[in-house]
Structure formats: C-alpha cells, structure tokens
Design a protein around this ligand. Structure first.
Ligand SMILES: NC(=O)c1ccc[n+]([C@@H]2O[C@H](COP(=O)([O-])OP(=O)(O)OC[C@H]3O[C@@H](n4cnc5c(N)ncnc54)[C@H](O)[C@@H]3O)[C@@H](O)[C@H]2O)c1
Length: 269
C-alpha cells in the first residue's frame, strides 16, 4: 500500500499552462500514474492536441489574466469530472519579448510589471480561491510552480522573479489557512530547465553560465520538474505542506562562484 502512494489513480488534476513544456510533461506523468487531467492553457489548440494523446484528459481554454476565465476553468473541470484533487498552477507570462523587457527595476515598464503580477500572482490566487472549496471536499492539494529566481537576486527579470517570490508566500498562506481542513499547498522551484520556450528565449552563452553553476552534468528537462510536481501532488507527500522544493540540479545549493573553484582545482589536480 505504502509503495502505491505516488500513484494518482482516481484523482483529477488541473494543470495550468498544461500545453507548455513543464505543464505538458506533468500532464503526461500524472496521466501515466492514473490521474485524469484538465489541460488549461491560453493556447487551446496545443492543449487539445495533448489532451487527444492522454487517456481521460480534457483541454480547457484559460486566460489567467481574466478572472472569469480562471473561475470557469475550475467550474468546467468539476462539472466534467465530478471532483478536483490537485491544482497545479504552472502557467506564467513568458516569452523572448517579455524576458527582453523585464530587466532591472530602474528600467521597469509599469505595464509589464502589472501584467506579470496580473497573470502570475493574481491569476494564481483566483485559481486557488476557486479550487479550494472543491479541494477541501477531497482533502486535495495545490502545487505552484515558482522559480529559483524567487530565491536569489539577479540583474534580470525583476518583475518575473518578484512575482514568483509572491507565489511562495501565497503557498505558505494557503498551507497555513487550509491545512487543518486537509488541504496541502506546496511549491516547486525549477532552475533553468530545457523547455522549448527556454531554448527560444535564453542566449546560449548565458545558458552555459548557468550550467557551469549546477552540480549535475546537465541542466534539467521538463520531465525532471514534472517528477517533483507529481510527488508533491501525491499522497507520498502527505506530511509536506507550505514547502518549496527546489529542483535545480543544485544550482542554489552552493557557495557563489563554484565554477571558478572547479576550474582552479581541476587545473591543479
Ligand atoms: N523553463 C525554465 O527554465 C523554468 C525555470 C523556472 C521556472 N519555470 C516556470 O515553469 C512554468 C512552466 O514554464 P515552461 O518553461 O514550461 O514554459 P512554457 O512557455 O512552455 O509554458 C507556459 C505555458 O503557460 C501558458 N500561458 C501563458 N500565459 C497564459 C495565460 N495568461 N493563461 C493561461 N496560460 C498561459 C503558455 O501558453 C504555455 O503553454 C512557468 O511557471 C515558469 O515560470 C520555468
């Protein structure tokens, strides 16, 4: 029995941004473990294509910037499946143009800051608010995708990283307010992960710089993050709530400048 705790048979999960890299991998993994998933995304055609491949899955059009759309996502899922066990808040405002314009605070565009918070933070809060009554009924849980950038300062992506830090606090707030009612809430913080969106948005030399700072021999892929999400969403994580599980190949786990130490000792070995 204990060995089956990672399984998700009979459970229903919503995955926002489910048509993307990490969301898509999570939808596949949860389905393989027995769950039925609602793939919610602003890119409906991609969500439909993935749902067509997965047993019992449905696709839902979601625009997290719209409160009505976000509420409808939860209502449609519960109407279709009759229950909701897991809400995986994974969608975020991303893309090469966004990343290019989201720099340091001195040069921040107010509209970009507001849109980032409207989608990443307010949208996630609305999704949680809509889902909580259903999650309480089945002692379900929430997993929020944040980022290693929510835990460390950087010279880029001030709006994105601040919004992800806000999601960590939202995670703790929900865990604290709904834990006794049986609802857990956790976050997964990926480091740089080789999704198609990332490959498009991030220059190769900077990618190499991040890889040099990780403790593995390669950067993570979407399936690595999906494993962490599916674990936290499963009963195997029943004693874990209000936590941030960093899934970044050790990128945040060491002293600054370790790649230079590696070079020094490597050269003198
Ligand atoms: N890839 C990485 O290196 C990395 C690192 C840290 C954190 N993350 C986080 O992981 C999550 C998934 O990222 P990904 O790399 O798979 O990117 P992705 O672009 O492949 O996936 C994001 C998905 O969100 C959807 N989306 C965007 N805006 C939306 C909106 N307003 N309403 C509904 N859906 C919307 C997109 O259509 C897309 O399918 C994000 O929260 C991202 O911040 C990714």
């Amino acid at each position: 029995m204990a060995g089956d705790a990672i399984r998700m048979d009979g459970k229903v999960a919503i995955i926002t941004g489910g048509a993307g890299g990490i969301g898509g991998a999570t939808a596949r993994l949860m389905t393989a473990r027995g769950a039925r998933v609602a793939i919610a995304d602003i890119m409906l055609d991609r969500a439909e294509a993935l749902a067509g491949e997965l047993d019992g899955a449905i696709a839902i059009h979601l625009d997290l910037e719209s409160e009505a759309s976000t509420q409808a996502m939860v209502a449609t899922t519960v109407q279709h499946f009759g229950r909701l066990d897991v809400l995986h808040n994974n969608a975020a405002l991303l893309g090469p143009e966004i990343a290019q314009n989201d720099g340091d605070v001195e040069h921040m565009d107010t509209a970009l800051w507001d849109r980032t918070f409207a989608i990443n933070v307010r949208g996630t809060m609305v999704a949680c608010r809509s889902a909580l009554p259903h999650l309480r009924e089945v002692r379900g849980n929430i997993v929020n995708t944040v980022s290693n950038l929510a835990l460390q300062g950087h010279m880029i992506q001030a709006a994105y990283s601040s919004s992800k830090a806000a999601l960590i606090q939202l995670t703790r707030a929900i865990a604290a307010s709904h834990g006794k009612a049986g609802v857990r809430c956790n976050a997964v913080a990926p480091g740089m992960t080789m999704t198609p969106a990332l490959l498009e948005a991030f220059p190769v030399p900077l990618r190499q710089a991040v890889e040099d700072e990780t403790l593995r021999d390669q950067l993570g892929v979407a399936e690595d993050i999906a494993e962490a999400v599916a674990f936290l969403a499963s009963d195997a994580a029943r004693n874990i709530t209000g936590e941030v599980l960093v899934c970044d190949g050790g990128g945040t786990a060491h002293v600054p400048g370790i790649s230079r130490f590696r070079t020094f000792f490597g050269e003198h070995a």
